[in-house]
Design a protein around this ligand. Structure first.
Ligand SMILES: NC(=O)C1=CN([C@@H]2O[C@H](COP(=O)(O)OP(=O)(O)OC[C@H]3O[C@@H](n4cnc5c(N)ncnc54)[C@H](OP(=O)(O)O)[C@@H]3O)[C@@H](O)[C@H]2O)C=CC1
Ligand SMILES: O=C(O)C1=N[C@H](C(=O)O)C[C@H](O)C1
Length: 269
């Protein structure tokens, strides 16, 4: 079994990854925190509240990357890119779940994938990856006349908006309808906006409390509407997907792989 390392162990997802790695008895050999963090030396299992694992947290640096074969990163864009640079030098595979990347940052991920195998996905759950297919069918059937809106809700701590998943849903629908998302996306509305332009795809963002992640694609026509909704009720779902992706990456050639490929959904629809 390949050894797995987690960047950003102290994050919400970092702790979920430790929890699931323990549940699944995976070979977790490294869990990092910011260089200089006072958490260095604390047991990773105790940090995640799952009991002692005998795995002390370590600072992220050029030597700690050698403590695992395959890494998982749910940190923030700048931190992830620094980790990615270490992974390229050390020739380590990496699963990235970080969202809110700029186009330039995403291009850096694409560039790194020329050297190492990478899975990047804005959502690692089975349900959302299935939803990305279902919305394409809905778009093809209803999209010429229905108004399409994507509504997402997340916890108060989330830093990026719209969510990476909402953007992926928008991209999936736009592709099915042969529309350019950059031209048709409308991010929120305020004031005298005028009547809705039919070709647009709207995005609405809700932030509050401890909502883990809800996404709805709404196809609203005159006389009927279709809503396709996914609700995550545990971060462990994302962690399970990420660790599945990590195992899937073992012995893969350099390249940028999707969660659709990991889950065997790439050829659906
Ligand atoms: N693809 C998917 O399925 C999912 C993706 N996500 C995405 O994952 C990301 C993380 O989410 P979440 O766990 O809620 O976020 P948190 O804020 O809880 O965790 C972020 C982690 O990144 C670390 N970090 C942040 N900045 C730096 C830095 N400059 N250098 C080193 N470490 C840093 C933090 O360290 P410290 O603790 O020291 O602050 C923390 O451990 C987000 O982009 C989110 O959208 C989330 C869930 C599912
Ligand atoms: O920040 C989060 O929490 C989540 N982020 C991802 C996103 O931006 O789509 C996935 C999930 O919804 C949780």
């Amino acid at each position: 079994m390949p050894s797995i390392g987690i960047f950003g162990a102290n994050g919400r997802m970092g702790r979920a990854l430790i929890t699931v790695a323990k549940e699944q008895q995976l070979n977790l050999t490294a869990a990092t925190v910011r260089a200089g963090s006072e958490l260095a030396g604390v047991d990773a299992g105790e940090l995640a509240g799952v009991g002692k694992l005998g795995l002390p947290l370590i600072g992220t640096d050029r030597t700690s990357i050698n403590n695992a074969d395959i890494w998982v990163d749910f940190t923030m864009p700048e931190a992830m890119l620094a980790h990615l640079a270490l992974a390229v030098v050390a020739k380590k595979a990496i699963v990235i779940g970080v969202t809110g990347l700029t186009d330039a940052q995403y291009q850096q991920v694409q560039q790194a994938a020329k050297h190492i195998p990478i899975v990047w996905a804005p959502n690692m759950s089975v349900g959302v990856n299935l939803l990305l297919h279902l919305v394409q069918t809905a778009a093809k059937v209803m999209g010429q006349t229905a108004d399409i809106e994507i509504i997402e809700a997340h916890h108060r701590f989330k830093k990026d908006a719209p969510s990476g998943t909402a953007m992926a849903i928008g991209a999936s629908i736009a592709k099915a309808l042969d529309r350019d998302l950059a031209k048709v996306a409308v991010y929120g509305r305020e004031g005298i906006t005028g009547e809705r332009e039919q070709q647009t795809i709207g995005f609405a963002t809700v932030r509050g409390g401890d909502i883990i992640g809800d996404h709805t694609a709404l196809f609203a026509d005159l006389g009927e509407r279709l809503e396709i909704t996914h609700k995550a009720s545990s971060r462990n779902t994302f962690a399970q997907g990420a660790l599945r992706a990590a195992l899937w990456l073992q012995n893969k050639q350099p390249g940028l792989y999707s969660m659709q490929q990991v889950l065997g959904l790439a050829d659906l629809s």
